[in-house]
Design a protein around this ligand. Structure first.
Ligand code: ADP
Ligand code: MG
Length: 209
């Protein structure tokens, strides 16, 4: 079982969008996937409830104590994808402890990049006591198509000393559109969106190997 947590205390960074789409990408590759909604706001849970045909199981664990026991509670999945909470340090700290991999979505704006600082400190503190676990990487989200993704964004993220995935997620209408139906971009008929989520899944799987 591999636990991938999508964390960033900043709301609107694209955590829930990435969680649901990455979970579906892994499911389509034949993996047994569980989504954990750790956000008391319950956006992943609402997404899940919006479609009766949703193939992915989901549990809400929005207390640090529940998250701490995640691996003993839920053993029979290949991948658990955990949707992170906003601004709840104990939940985020518990998620970091049970994770094998942390994906940090950030929008390409200086405010969002600066706001990731505390999360990076939390993750690094954990990596120091465990010899590098969990692995972690940034993924740039909501990039506006047709605009150059400035080197300054990647350079600023590089300063944190964590890798930045080469796949960036673009701002596309298909993400909220499919989300409102409890679906993912794999059912949304937008090939560019499938391709970028697939590329993201490839990179994450590659880093887990
Ligand atoms: P978080 O979980 O970090 O708060 P969400 O995934 O809920 O972030 O995204 C915040 C808002 O932005 C939602 O309305 C979502 O539909 C929208 N959104 C997220 N990613 C994209 C994207 N790549 N393209 C278009 N809209 C997006
Ligand atoms: Mg969310």
């Amino acid at each position: 079982m591999v636990v991938i947590s999508v964390l960033n205390p900043k709301g609107g960074s694209g955590k829930t969008t990435l969680t649901t789409n990455l979970a579906q990408a892994l499911h389509l590759r034949g993996s047994k996937v569980l989504i954990v909604d750790s956000d008391p706001q319950g956006s992943a849970r609402d997404w899940h409830a919006a479609s009766a045909a949703n193939p992915l199981p989901l549990v809400s664990l929005d207390r640090a104590n529940n998250i701490k026991t995640l691996s003993s509670m839920i053993g029979s999945y290949d991948h658990i994808v955990l949707d992170g909470a906003a601004k709840l340090e104990d939940i985020i700290a518990a998620a970091i402890k049970v994770s094998d991999f942390i994906l940090i979505p950030v929008q390409p704006s200086p405010y969002d990049i600066w706001a990731a600082s505390d999360l990076v400190d939390f993750i690094k503190a954990r990596q120091e006591v465990t010899d590098g676990s969990p692995k972690a990487a940034f993924v740039i989200t909501r990039h506006i198509e047709g605009t150059r993704l400035g080197d300054d964004v990647r350079d600023a993220l590089d300063e944190y000393g964590l890798p930045v995935l080469s796949t960036a997620i673009t701002q596309r209408q298909v993400y909220p559109q499919t989300a409102s139906e409890g679906r993912t971009v794999f059912e949304g008929g937008n090939t560019k969106a499938h391709d970028e989520i697939d590329a993201l899944a490839n990179e994450v799987i590659g880093m887990l190997a």
